[in-house]
Design a protein around this ligand. Structure first.
Ligand SMILES: [Zn+2]
Length: 137
């Protein structure tokens, strides 16, 4: 029986100061974003060990959590992907990232090594086209 390690959503959500942006809603953060669908496939040394889906705006998770039971603070940063696409107003994109967490003690004080889970994300976004733009002057 292993002690459960908190994952990215809990760790980042509960330790705000510099990370306050993770607590805001999608609409607050990206007002022109109408909707989004992010699917993330999680692999460990090749084989797929998990799949995740974040539907924006109804799902306000900014991370998908790692499924490795020994991983502390692990997951994939969905907001970073969305933010990058949003700034360039792209409607789709993909990403490949190593897990944010590391294997170690249950409270994260002692680390024994990186978590080797890999996240393969694809995102599709739609924007509010009918947003009235204020006229200058
Ligand atoms: Zn992990």
């Amino acid at each position: 029986m292993t002690t459960r390690r908190p994952k990215a959503n809990e760790v980042y959500w509960e330790n705000p100061p510099a990370l306050a942006r993770y607590r805001s809603t999608w609409a607050e953060e990206y007002p022109d974003l109408a909707s989004g669908l992010v699917t993330v496939e999680e692999t460990r040394y090749g084989p797929v060990v998990g799949s995740h889906r974040v539907e924006i705006p109804k799902d306000n998770r900014k991370f998908v959590d790692c499924s490795n039971e020994f991983c502390y603070g692990g997951g994939y940063d969905v907001q970073k992907l969305i933010g990058g696409l949003y700034r360039e107003r792209k409607t789709e994109g993909d990403d490949l990232k190593k897990c944010l967490g590391s294997e170690g003690s249950p409270k994260g004080r002692r680390r024994t090594g990186p978590c080797m889970h890999i996240f393969h994300a694809t995102a599709q976004l739609t924007y509010r086209e009918d947003q009235p733009s204020p006229l200058p002057g």
